[in-house]
Design a protein around this ligand. Structure first.
Ligand code: SF4
Length: 302
């Protein structure tokens, strides 16, 4: 049989793939895409190398389960050796199902630690009823996890933030914080002791949600405390969803823009030396003295 005949014979078979077969192919594509995205981010940002000890922060949400799953897959195939250690912080929220993560991690043979710290009571004491608790809660959680990493010598802390988290944080900072800043894929903590990595930085939230549903990860909801997501973050998310519906691919374009910054086309003097362009410099500014330039604005009358 000629190659052309083979192709013709093959064609109807492919076309009439059963729904189960189609679902399997889609599932393979999804897994491959996520692994490629994670691998690419790890490579682009030098996230993990030979001998690294990676602490994988596991909250029990879809993102962190997906991150762990993919890192385990990459670890098994990687030519470099690195360690993965899952860590969950039990914050003592009411009804936290504390058996779920240990059971899951034991079944997968993943080394893990469950830290216990009652940040829930601290947050309850400090945030007035009806106000969002997430910001303080996350700060306390980060503190506990970073401290543990430092004590135990983990030189990488992997967090499960994805591309959509990064873009929404960018808009929150832009709209409400007056600065151009998102969440970097790799970050050195302020005290220089921890390197935080976000291996899902290139992954779409939709893909992660589909992957988590397919793998039936035993998800623990992050609202056991009764707190609501911050209103501003919700608004930004809604805006991004509407954009994406109307102009598919817009979130990806924004993310790419964040990785393709042109400081000379913005206005931050700390990033680009505008004053020296064209030979201008400090002495020339003397002619502005007396015009109120550089002085603090006068307080307006009440
Ligand atoms: S929903 Fe509750 S547990 Fe989750 S970050 Fe907010 S305050 Fe913390």
């Amino acid at each position: 049989m000629s190659p052309m005949q083979e192709t013709l014979v093959d064609f109807p078979t492919r076309k009439s793939a059963s729904p189960a077969e189609k679902a399997r192919l889609e599932s393979n594509k999804l897994a491959k895409r996520l692994r490629r995205n994670v691998g690419q981010a790890i490579m682009d940002y030098g996230m993990i190398g030979e001998g690294d000890r990676v602490m994988v922060c596991l909250s029990g949400g879809k993102d962190s389960y997906t991150m762990l799953d993919i890192l385990l897959h990459l670890q098994a195939k990687a030519p470099v050796r690195f360690e993965l250690h899952a860590v969950n912080l039990d914050q003592k929220q009411p009804d936290f199902p504390e058996h779920i993560l240990p059971e899951y991690l034991k079944a997968k043979g993943v080394p893990y630690t469950i830290l216990e710290q009652d940040t829930y009571s601290v947050v309850k004491r400090n945030i007035p009823e009806g106000k969002t608790m997430c910001s303080l809660c996350s700060r306390l959680r980060r503190g506990a996890l970073y401290t543990f990493a430092k004590q135990e010598g983990y030189n990488r802390i992997a967090l499960g933030h994805h591309r959509d988290d990064i873009v929404s944080t960018f808009f929150l900072n832009l709209f409400f914080g007056g600065k151009l800043a998102g969440m970097p894929p790799k970050l050195l903590s302020d005290d220089g002791a921890n390197v935080v990595i976000r291996p899902l930085a290139y992954c779409r939230e939709d893909d992660i949600a589909a992957y988590a549903a397919e793998r039936a990860f035993p998800i623990i909801p992050c609202n056991l405390c009764g707190s609501q997501e911050q209103l501003q973050r919700k608004q930004v998310r809604r805006m991004m969803t509407e954009w994406e519906r109307e102009w598919p691919g817009r979130t990806e374009t924004i993310f790419r823009a964040m990785c393709n910054v042109a400081p000379s086309q913005l206005g931050d003097r700390a990033l680009f030396d505008f004053a020296s362009l064209g030979g201008g410099g400090a002495p020339a500014a003397s002619w502005l003295v007396g015009e109120g330039v550089g002085e603090a604005p006068a307080a307006s009358a009440a």
